[in-house]
Design a protein. Structure first.
Length: 89
């Protein structure tokens, strides 16, 4: 085989390998991005629920049983990391 043909063959092979490596990196980064978005969405959902419960407890007149359940859920959300935010950040 001619030296130019060997170099051309090897070059094609390494370009193909590089494309495969790049596609795997892209797939991994897409997975991590989606995971990050889902984690942020979960945090926001819990924070919204926490804010909603605080609003209900502050503005409405509910029965004592309902208040107890809401207060327990509020404490559980605080343990999970929900924060009291009284102003727009």
């Amino acid at each position: 085989m001619d030296m130019q043909a060997i170099i051309k063959h090897k070059l094609s092979y390494f370009q193909q390998v590089q494309k495969e490596i790049d596609s795997r990196k892209t797939k991994a980064s897409s997975f991590m991005l989606r995971r990050h978005w889902l984690q942020k969405q979960t945090v926001h959902n819990y924070q919204n629920e926490y804010d909603r419960i605080r609003g209900i407890l502050n503005t409405s007149v509910t029965g004592e049983l309902t208040n107890d359940l809401l207060n327990k859920r509020k404490l559980k959300l605080e343990e999970m990391g929900a924060k009291i935010i009284d102003q727009i950040v």
